[in-house]
Write a protein that binds this ligand. Sequence first.
Ligand SMILES: [Zn+2]
Length: 63
Amino acid sequence: MANPKRKHSKARTRKRRSQYYGSLDKPETMECPNCGNMKLRHRACPSCGHYRGRQVIEAEESL
Ligand SMILES: [Zn+2]
């Protein structure tokens, strides 16, 4: 079986994580064009259920 010869050093792991782990604690948000709420990008809005101009999931409080 192919197996790594050595384990990664802590420095190597930390160098890799320094490249992108910083983005994990500040998720990409935007204002919903339908209701104006802050929502995650590329996700349906949690408050009105709209994504890309149409309703894709059941809204939480509008019905
Ligand atoms: Zn919305």
